[in-house]
Design a protein. Structure first.
Length: 267
C-alpha cells in the first residue's frame, strides 16, 4: 500500500495493543485484519499536520504535544443539546503536553479549570457557559498556518476571541516552534479593551500527589503555596517530568490544589 496506508496500519496496530474494551461487531472484523497484518506497531513520530482542522501533533519521543487552533476555514467546537458546555476555549490554541495517560486516567478532564486550559491566552472572568446554543461557527482570522519538515516545524495563529463571544474582544498573535526535544511558544500583540485581566496558561496537568515536587529556579516550591502563588524572576520551572523555560525572567503564578468536577458539567 501507500506510505499513508502503511503508517495508518502501524498506528492502528499500536493503539490496539493497549485496547482493553470490546468492539462493536462491525469494528471487530476490521481490528482482526489489522492485528493479523504484517504492520509493525508504531505511533507516528515528528510533527504531523492536519491542515483541514488546523491541528498539529508532535511526538518527539515518548511524550506528545497536540495543538488546536482555528481559522476562518475551520468550524470551532459547538455547544448543542447541552453538550460541550465549557468548550469555549478548546480551539483557542490549546496545547496539551502528555507523557503518558495522565489526562485519560481517573476522570481528570471534568476536574480541569476550563477557563485556564493549557496554552491558551484568555480573558479571565468571561463566562464559559453560552447563553444560547451555537454551532457551525468558524474562527475569525484567516492567518492560521503551519509547516513541517516531518521532524520539526512551526505553527502560527492570528487569534480573535470566539465568534460567539460578543462579551470579549481579545486578540493575540501566537506561534509555536517544534524542535527535536522541545517546543518554543511565543505571544505578542495581546490586547483587549474590556476591563479584565488577560492570562496565558503555560500548562494545567494532574500531579501524582498534591505534594509532588515542583521546582522553581532549582528550589522546591513549598507545598503550602497552593493558591496561585506568584514567583518573581522565574527562569525555569520543573514539575511532573516536564521543564518550562522563560528566556526573559518572568513573574509566574503556580497553583496546586485538589479539584473536583462531574462529566455532566461538560455535557
Amino acid at each position: 500500500g501507500s506510505p499513508a496506508q502503511t503508517e495508518a496500519s502501524a498506528t492502528t496496530k499500536a493503539l490496539l495493543v493497549g485496547w482493553s474494551r470490546s468492539f462493536l461487531p462491525e469494528d471487530a472484523g476490521f481490528a482482526a485484519k489489522i492485528e493479523a497484518s504484517a504492520a509493525i506497531p508504531a505511533l507516528p513520530t515528528g510533527l504531523q499536520l492536519y491542515n483541514d482542522s488546523d491541528y498539529a501533533i508532535f511526538r518527539p519521543g515518548t511524550a506528545m504535544v497536540s495543538l488546536k487552533t482555528a481559522s476562518t476555514r475551520v468550524l470551532i467546537g459547538e455547544y448543542l443539546n447541552l453538550e460541550n458546555k465549557r468548550g469555549r476555549h478548546l480551539a483557542s490554541g490549546v496545547t496539551w503536553i502528555t507523557t503518558g495517560s495522565e489526562y485519560r486516567a481517573a476522570n481528570v478532564v471534568p476536574t480541569l479549570d476550563h477557563a485556564r486550559l493549557p496554552g491558551t491566552t484568555v480573558e479571565n472572568g468571561v463566562s464559559l457557559t453560552a447563553s444560547a446554543t451555537w454551532n457551525y461557527v468558524p474562527g475569525l482570522r484567516s492567518f492560521v498556518a503551519a509547516a513541517t519538515t516531518g521532524t520539526i516545524g512551526a505553527s502560527a495563529m492570528d487569534f480573535q476571541s470566539r465568534a460567539n463571544s460578543s462579551d470579549s474582544n481579545l486578540v493575540a498573535k501566537k506561534s509555536w516552534f517544534f524542535f527535536a526535544d522541545s517546543v518554543v511558544a511565543l505571544g505578542t500583540g495581546i490586547t483587549s479593551t474590556v476591563s479584565r485581566s488577560v492570562e496565558t496558561t503555560v500548562n494545567q496537568r494532574p500531579l501524582s500527589t498534591l505534594t509532588a515536587d515542583i521546582s522553581v529556579n532549582g528550589t522546591l516550591m513549598s507545598t503550602a503555596a497552593t493558591n496561585g502563588t506568584a514567583f518573581a524572576n522565574t527562569s525555569w520551572v520543573h514539575a511532573a517530568n516536564i521543564g518550562y523555560v522563560f528566556p526573559a525572567p518572568s513573574t509566574v503564578k503556580i497553583k496546586r490544589q485538589n479539584q473536583t468536577g462531574k462529566w455532566s458539567d461538560l455535557g
